[in-house]
Every structure is written in structure tokens, then in C-alpha cells.
Design a protein. Structure first.
Length: 662
């Protein structure tokens, strides 16, 4: 190892490294390690806590470290865990826990305790260089813990977040959850996950996985504000970083120094978060003039965008960072921010810092303008549903098991018109499947990730749900996916069908579309007008020929469920006749005979469809009605209405191969 180790920097990280114990006085065994990342927040591996904090993760435990409360134990609880299984499982020190789920956030219960915090890397790609220092604790025979550190090399990448550490050190039991320091940059870049059995070396997890936490914005903003307040302390993280070999000095005003970075990130922490990763990516590309090298992890905060403005192991020139900050300022100003003062402070600092760089590059910042796609578009209007090769669409396929229709296999795809649109992103098509009542919980994070990758500012991507006919009434549009919007966004707890168009597709229509379906769809689009058609047919049972003879602009509307009884029979006939659009009431029908509620549905859908000038408007028009319903009170004709919007120009992929999530 060639890098000289900085003693003062090591003192800081040792004071921020902690270990966990049970709250029971008769249990003195050390569980594992962790480290303080923001006031009151500790980062660790999920497997360190599993089986020790109760089935619901609400059991209190203790955190201890030399820089925390004078070494005395501090009560804490698990705040958030990326692991999707049971928190009561015994998985201590077992590397088979999925790497992408082996991270947890712990909250100190005594918020008054002051302590050191590590500096977390802002990089969006795998850290550059191969020299690392690992910190943590190892258990002693009497249940106490002893501080440990060792050097290692990164000799391989393991997926998007895994960093394999070479066999230069044997990591002791108990070090899991400890910080991994890059001594070249003075930043914590990873969490140690596990050792390699009885051999030297191990596996670590890049800190960029933290972006998967719902609390990420809150934690990382608190981290950046804390470090900015520590600037008056003589030996803080940033002053130590400025003394590392190869680090730009403040005296060179054309270079971006650690001091610049600290101030910029603190200012970004004070403004409203970005509305979508797409926004950050566009502003980074505009600031750089190109795309970041490699495939950086999806940015979800302004800080993450800052971390994409590096070239190799060095930051680009100061004007590139200032240009990015200026674009963030312009974006926020165009949207009338709630905290105008914070945006003004950001702008003032940009101009003060810009005055220090050489005049020849200042115009790159002074003349910055937002990319056309990010200009404010005013109040949201009706968005036409994307056709083939247009905006991205998230496709969720739910297929019941052959021997148990209450359990499902699921697959998530992102159809953006690209060559990989048919490839599953997440899912499981083997094993016991998922119980109907737990679908929403299992799909929460995968759906949030899928939406984050395709949502555009003020334009959430539609969700298509492919189901067999018996499950058409599954109320996916009423699910709440909490991670699908920024924390500050008042809509983040809205129903899926309020935030974005949610439509049903027939999973049995996989592969090449039938001629009747293809022809009816093309004729419907050419008409440009739609008519509601009551499929009760004057009270008589429907017959197949009635659906086949409907004009292409007629849309079947039924006041009964589509998945059972007479409603299922009618919907089956509509599908067989090639109908790609239909509306139905997915709730309970009041008795065998139709009543006033049914009359309301048929009367209102006549007016609803008469306003449509393009069938592609239908899904978003229904979304707007759902949005309106949430602000009112009482019954509404569209409260439980679902929509089939099954475009044969974008058929569901044919079944082939087997996909399984890790």
C-alpha cells in the first residue's frame, strides 16, 4: 500500500465507528459494526440486525463507540431496512443475503447526543483506485468489543454495488457493517459486508446503495449540513481532505476543492430535492457537455448529480460544477420554490465563486439555460398515452399459479421502445409465488425503482398491469407506492391511479396480436371519436355477435365486475371480438338487478367519452378524474372504474425462458 495514512483522518473515522449490543443486561455479545453518517443516524449491514430486533424491527438495542456519548451505550432502533424478507430471520454473517438488500439505517433514540460523522462519497460510479482501509470491531471473549482496522485492495466489481476486497487481510468476525475508507480521497465509499469464510479478503457494498432508502434525502441532507457546520473545527474531514496528495488547493481558484464541494453540497441540501432522476441526468449532461463515463448509478438527489462531475479520480474544473449549480438554481426558480431564500443563497454563492475563476470560462455559467425538456410547462394538461417507441411505460405482469390462483408470479419490464424492452428488470417466475394480499408490499420498492428510471419531470410514466381475466378487478390503481416521489412532494402518498395512468392489459394476449384485435384498434384510432356502449344490452344476457358487430368507435361499458359472473362472460366476449378498450365497475354490484348507481355509470360515461378527441387521451383523462375524486367527498361514478387499454401495436412479450430475481 503506497498511500500515506493520515493519522488525524483515521482518528475521525474511528470516533464515528460503532458496534451494536442487545438492550438486555444478560446478553453482552457484540452483534457487529456500523458507523455514524449524520446526526442520530447509523449505517450498517442488514444481516447484522436480522433476528435480533424482533419480527417488526421495533425492539430497542444499544449502540456504542469511543466518540459517542463518552463511550457509554446509547439506545437505538432500526429505522429502515432494504431487506425484503422477515426481520426475524437468523442471517448473521451469512453472505447469501442479497447484496442489494444488505443495508440498514439505525436511529439513535437520544437525539441530544453529539458525535462525529463520516464523510460519505458523493460519487455516482464505483470509486476509483484500489486501496482501501476497513474499520470495525471484533468481539472479545468477555462480550466486549475491540477496535480493528486493516488495509485491502479492490480487485473486482460484483454487480452494480459490490466491491470485492483482495486477500491481503483476514477480516475478523464482527467487522461487518463497518466503514470502508478510500484514503486517496478521504471519503467513506463502502460498507464491509462479509469475509470470505476461512480465507483472507471479503466483500463490501458501495454507499450509493443508500439511495434506495426512503429516508435517503433526509439523511444525506443532514450529513451535508453537519459537515458544513464543522468548518470552524480545526481538524475536520474536509480540512484533512485538502491535505491529501493530489487534492486541488483553494489557492487554485479554477479547480474545485474539497472546501468548494462542502459548501456546494450544503447549499444543495437546503433547497427542494429534484423531482425525478431524469431531471438530474439532464442537468448533469448539460453541465458536462457529455454523458458521464461508465454507467453511474441512478442519481436521486442534487448531491448525486454533483458526484457525476468527475473525470476519473479528479473533479472537473470549477466552472463545470458552477454551471451545474446554476442549472439547478434555474430549474428551481422556474417552479416557484417554497423556500425562495435557500435558492437565493445558492445563487449568491455561485456568483461569488464565479468571480474567482478565469474570465474566459465564466460565460459557460453566465449563459446557462435549461434544456428544452425541462422548461416549465405550466399546469399539467391531458397527456396522450404513449404509442410504440414513444415515452417509457412500466409493465407489470401478474400471473396466477396453476395450482393456486391466490398466489402470483410477477415480472416488471420497462417498455421504452428500445431493444431491451422485452427483458425483465425485476420479478420471480419460480417457487411459491406471492400471496394476493402481500403483492403491494412485495412490489413497493421494485415499482418505485422502475418509475424512477422512466418518470420525466411533471410526467409520471403510465403503469400497465397485465392480468388474466379472473383478476381484472385487482385494484392496483388504489395502491400506494411511497417511494415513487420525492419526500417533499405533497403527492408522494397519493394512490398509483391518481399520480399516473394505470391501465389493465390481457395477459392471455401475449405474442402476435389476433387480426380482429389489430384491425379494430386501427379503425378506432382513425375515427378519433368514441361512444359509450352499455353491455347490459337492455337487460338480456349478452351474446358474442353483439360485441363483434359493434362499430370500432364503440367502447364497452359494464356496471359489473369483469372477473366473475355475468361481467366476466361479457368481458370475455369483448376480448374475443378484438376490443382493446373497455370500462367497467370493479367493485361489488348492488344485487342481481341494476340500480341507480348503474344508471349513473352509463349516463356519465356517455359524456366522458364524448369529450375524447383521441383514444390515447382516455387513460390520463381517467387519472384526472381520480385526482379530482381525492379532493372531494362522497360517491363518484368513476370511484371504482377500471380501464382496459390494450394496444396491439405493443403486444406483451411471448413467454420464453425463466426469470428470477436475486
Amino acid at each position: 500500500m503506497s498511500e500515506r495514512r493520515d493519522a488525524r483522518l483515521e482518528h475521525l473515522i474511528e470516533n464515528a465507528t460503532v458496534h451494536f449490543h442487545s438492550a438486555r443486561p444478560d446478553d453482552e455479545d457484540m452483534w457487529g459494526s456500523g458507523f455514524l453518517v449524520a446526526p442520530g443516524w447509523v449505517l450498517t449491514c442488514a444481516h447484522v440486525l436480522l433476528g435480533r430486533v424482533g419480527e417488526r424491527g421495533d425492539e430497542e438495542f444499544r449502540v456504542r463507540g469511543p466518540g459517542l456519548h463518552d463511550g457509554r451505550p446509547v439506545p437505538a432502533r432500526l429505522e429502515e431496512c432494504l431487506y425484503q424478507g422477515s426481520l426475524g430471520e437468523q442471517i448473521h454473517e451469512q453472505p447469501q443475503l442479497p447484496l442489494e438488500q444488505d443495508m440498514a439505517l439505525v436511529r439513535l433514540l437520544d437525539r441530544s447526543v453529539e458525535h462525529e460523522c463520516v464523510w460519505l462519497s458523493d460519487r455516482s460510479d464505483h470509486p476509483f483506485g484500489d486501496h482501501r482501509i476497513v474499520y470495525g470491531y471484533r468481539p472479545l471473549a468477555d462480550g466486549a468489543a475491540q477496535a480493528w482496522n486493516g488495509e485491502a485492495t479492490v480487485n473486482a466489481h460484483d454487480g452494480p454495488y459490490g466491491l470485492r476486497l483482495g486477500p491481503s487481510n483476514e477480516f475478523p468476525s464482527g467487522v461487518s457493517g463497518g466503514p470502508v475508507l478510500d484514503p486517496a480521497t478521504g471519503a467513506v465509499v463502502a460498507v464491509i459486508k462479509c469475509r470470505r469464510g476461512d480465507r483472507d479478503g471479503g466483500l463490501s457494498i458501495a454507499v450509493s446503495l443508500m439511495r434506495q432508502f426512503a429516508a435517503y434525502h433526509r439523511v444525506i441532507a443532514a450529513h451535508d449540513r453537519w459537515h458544513d457546520k464543522r468548518r470552524r473545527v480545526e481538524h475536520n474531514w474536509v480540512t484533512r481532505q485538502t491535505k491529501l496528495p493530489g487534492t486541488p488547493r483553494e489557492a487554485d481558484s479554477d479547480q474545485w476543492s474539497p472546501v468548494d464541494r462542502r459548501k456546494a453540497l450544503a447549499l444543495l441540501a437546503a433547497v427542494e430535492p429534484a423531482d425525478a432522476p431524469h431531471t438530474i441526468t439532464r442537468l448533469v449532461r448539460k453541465a458536462r457537455g457529455d454523458d458521464p463515463a461508465g454507467r453511474p448509478h441512478l442519481p436521486v438527489s442534487w448531491r448525486d448529480g454533483h458526484g457525476q462531475l468527475y473525470e476519473g479520480d479528479r473533479p472537473q474544473e470549477a466552472f463545470v460544477f458552477l454551471r451545474y449549480l446554476r442549472l439547478v438554481q434555474l430549474f428551481l426558480e422556474a417552479r416557484d420554490p417554497e423556500d425562495k431564500a435557500a435558492v437565493e443563497h445558492l445563487g449568491e454563492w455561485i456568483w461569488d465563486r464565479l468571480a474567482e475563476v478565469r474570465p474566459s470560462v465564466r460565460t459557460n455559467v453566465e449563459d446557462a439555460v435549461l434544456p428544452p425538456g425541462l422548461l416549465p410547462c405550466g399546469q399539467r394538461t391531458v397527456e396522450p398515452y404513449p404509442g410504440p417507441g414513444e415515452r417509457g411505460v412500466v409493465l407489470l405482469e401478474l400471473e396466477p399459479l396453476d395450482d393456486d390462483h391466490s398466489r402470483f408470479y410477477w415480472t416488471l419490464r420497462i417498455d421504452d421502445g428500445g431493444e431491451n424492452s422485452d427483458i425483465p428488470r425485476y420479478g420471480t417466475t419460480t417457487g411459491p409465488g406471492v400471496d394476493r394480499d402481500h403483492l403491494r408490499d412485495v412490489l413497493d420498492k421494485p415499482l418505485a425503482k422502475a418509475f424512477a428510471s422512466v418518470d420525466r419531470p411533471e410526467q409520471p410514466a403510465p403503469l400497465e398491469v397485465a392480468l388474466d381475466l379472473s383478476n381484472f378487478d385487482t385494484p392496483v390503481h388504489t395502491w400506494q407506492i411511497y417511494d415513487s416521489a420525492p419526500l417533499w412532494d405533497r403527492t408522494r402518498q397519493q394512490l398509483l391511479g391518481v399520480r399516473r395512468p394505470v391501465v389493465i392489459r390481457d395477459i392471455e394476449r401475449r405474442g402476435v396480436p389476433a387480426e380482429s384485435w389489430d384491425t379494430r384498434w386501427a379503425e378506432m384510432l382513425s375515427l378519433g371519436r368514441l361512444t359509450a356502449r352499455n353491455t347490459v344490452f337492455d337487460g338480456d344476457p349478452p351474446e358474442a355477435h353483439q360485441f363483434a358487430r359493434m362499430p370500432p368507435g364503440d367502447i364497452p361499458v359494464q356496471c359489473r365486475r369483469a372477473g366473475s359472473g355475468a361481467g366476466r362472460t361479457a368481458m370475455r366476449m369483448a376480448l374475443d371480438a378484438g376490443h382493446g378498450v373497455a370500462l367497467w365497475h370493479s367493485g361489488d354490484h348492488p344485487g342481481h338487478e341494476c340500480g341507480l348507481r348503474c344508471d349513473d355509470l352509463h349516463r356519465e360515461t356517455v359524456g366522458f367519452l364524448a369529450e375524447v378527441t383521441d383514444p390515447a387521451e382516455l387513460p390520463d383523462r381517467l387519472r384526472r378524474i381520480r385526482e379530482h375524486i381525492t379532493t372531494g367527498n362522497g360517491h363518484h361514478w368513476a370511484g371504482e372504474v377500471a380501464i382496459l387499454y390494450d394496444d396491439p401495436r405493443r403486444p406483451l412479450p411471448a413467454e420464453e425462458g425463466v426469470f428470477d430475481a436475486p
